[in-house]
Design a protein around this ligand. Structure first.
Ligand SMILES: Nc1nc2c(ncn2[C@@H]2O[C@H](COP(=O)(O)OP(=O)(O)O)[C@@H](O)[C@H]2O)c(=O)[nH]1
Ligand SMILES: [Mg+2]
Length: 489
């Protein structure tokens, strides 16, 4: 559903669009209106090639539907939208869209020969499915970026929020952190619109140890070193999460796990030290073909978990897999705080797009109607309820070093920009005493107004002004009857 901030922006543009005539400016503004009217904001999922991006897409959709693994469809951008239609549409780079029938929520076809197009000719595929998450988000599965490739996927400019699947760091996380930072600086990703995901977490474990402590440690390292860019990255065992979904782990797999339990415990432990040992376990209780199927579905880490679990049939095994995958935390973030920010994030992106369209208008197109729209858009951006949106620009400037603040102030500004409820914006727990929250917000407002009157660049003054306005707004909402909601218009 379009939220109040997007609805207000759409009204503003619609009232002036006739003044844009019928040229490129009018087209750009029409595109803004179309995106503002879409049923849901857009969430792009991206990361490195084979880092498990499409598996994370499946995890949040709750359906094994994205193009996973080495299939040619995996190199095309996939858009998943809410709807009943069992049609897969391909939008070619040139020419008219083509469509083939597709069973809603089934796995995408491995190749697109049915469409008479090669993957190189296709700009995107669009599918509709009646999946609950798609009521909240249109999900974009962005093909993995090859390491060393510096080209930013163009589709990122069309996304309102991003799940960034983080690469596995080496023993020294420095170079990986630096590359993620560079990527964020080029693309304008900040903690305001980006959630980090650490998938394939069993790779982080030493030998057959429990990967979770290592995953939590790596997530903390990323969180600390990528301040401003990500807040508390979420670890997920993507393979286990996807196996827990319908069409994944089934009764046949359950039978194999039960058979493994009958093996000599020491021999079983040895066979489960790594994938190759398991594949080569010729005298085990499960035939080679079944071993390959089982390890392909849940990996040796998943097999270890299930052999030791208190479960017997496919349903209870799937519940164990979902539980151990950590996916619930990811889904909760996407459907909770990130969704609450959806209206604000979409409004921010399309406000910027509309402003660019007006600035680029030239000659006779630059009628007074458009100049008035430019002024109205600037005023809209300055509304106090969009102060948090303006702070995303502050994060970008701090990340790139264009603006500098003492570390404590930079931290406070990031917390303000990325917070999802009144207390959280001030670094306090959600259930903090309202009196305490009001006092913290007032103090913050006074602090930022001191910065505002200091001798700082115009750019930084704009940022601290947004911080002051947001703090004042938080003080009002903490003192008032209802909780602050980011999308409360
Ligand atoms: N072991 C393991 N394999 C995974 C995990 N997530 C995905 N994979 C596998 O890695 C391969 C690439 O996954 P995919 O999601 O297509 O990655 P993408 O290229 O980043 O979209 C596939 O064979 C997946 O089954 C995971 O958490 N653990
Ligand atoms: Mg993929």
């Amino acid at each position: 559903m379009t939220g109040p901030l997007c609805a207000g922006l759409a009204d503003l543009i619609a009232a002036r669009i006739d003044g844009a005539g019928s040229g490129p400016t009018a087209h750009r503004l029409q595109a803004c209106l179309a995106a503002l009217a879409e049923p849901a904001p857009r969430l792009a999922v991206l990361g490195g090639h084979s880092d498990g991006v499409s598996t994370v897409v499946d995890t949040i959709l709750g359906a094994r539907t994205a193009a996973v693994g080495r299939v040619s469809t995996a190199s095309v951008v996939g858009w998943f939208c809410y709807g009943e239609s069992g049609v897969l549409r391909a939008i070619p780079r040139d020419g008219d869209p083509r469509a083939i029938s597709w069973a809603a929520a089934a796995r995408l076809p491995a190749d697109l020969t049915g469409l008479g197009l090669t993957v190189r000719e296709i700009e995107r595929i669009v599918v509709r499915a009646p999946l609950d998450l798609l009521r909240d988000w249109t999900v974009i599965d962005v093909p993995g970026m090859r390491s060393g490739c510096r080209r930013v996927p163009a589709v990122l400019a069309e996304a309102d929020a991003v799940l960034l699947v983080l690469p596995e760091p080496g023993p020294d996380p420095g170079p990986t952190v630096a590359s993620v930072r560079r990527f964020a600086a080029t693309t304008g990703l900040t903690a305001a619109n980006t959630v980090g995901v650490l998938s394939r977490l069993e790779r982080l474990a030493v030998a057959d140890a429990d990967p979770w402590p290592a995953a939590q440690r790596v997530a903390r390292t990323y969180g600390d070193r990528l301040r401003g860019l990500l807040v508390d990255p979420i670890p997920v065992a993507g393979l286990l999460a996807a196996a827990a979904l319908p069409g994944g782990f089934d009764e046949d797999h359950a039978r194999m796990v039960r058979a493994l339990r009958g093996a000599d415990p020491q021999r079983l432990a040895l066979a489960l030290t790594d994938e190759w040992e398991f594949r080569d376990w010729t005298d085990g209780p499960v035939c080679r073909q079944d071993r390959l199927r089982l390890v392909g579905m849940i990996g040796v880490h998943g097999i270890r978990e299930l052999v030791a679990a208190d479960a017997e049939d496919a349903t209870t095994f799937r519940a164990v897999l979902w539980d151990r995958s950590g996916a619930a935390a990811l889904v909760a973030r996407v459907t909770g705080p990130l969704r609450a920010a959806g209206d604000r994030l979409r409004c921010a992106r399309l406000l910027a797009a509309a402003e660019r369209a007006v600035v680029r208008a030239a000659g006779p197109e630059r009628a007074c109607e458009l100049a008035a729209l430019g002024d109205e858009l600037a005023a809209y951006r300055n509304r106090p309820e969009l102060a948090q949106v303006r702070l995303a620009g502050a994060l970008t400037d701090l990340l790139s070093g264009r603006c500098r603040l003492p570390a404590a102030d930079a931290d406070a500004l990031e917390t303000l920009a990325a917070g999802v409820h009144t207390a959280g914006c001030l670094g306090l727990p959600a259930d903090a005493d309202p009196g305490l929250v009001t006092e913290a917000a007032r103090k913050a407002a006074t602090h930022w107004s001191t910065w505002e009157s200091a001798d700082v660049s115009r750019r930084l003054r704009g940022h601290v002004r947004a911080a002051r306005e947001l703090s004042q707004r938080l003080a009002l909402s903490a003192a008032g009857p209802g909780p602050h909601r980011e999308d409360d218009g």
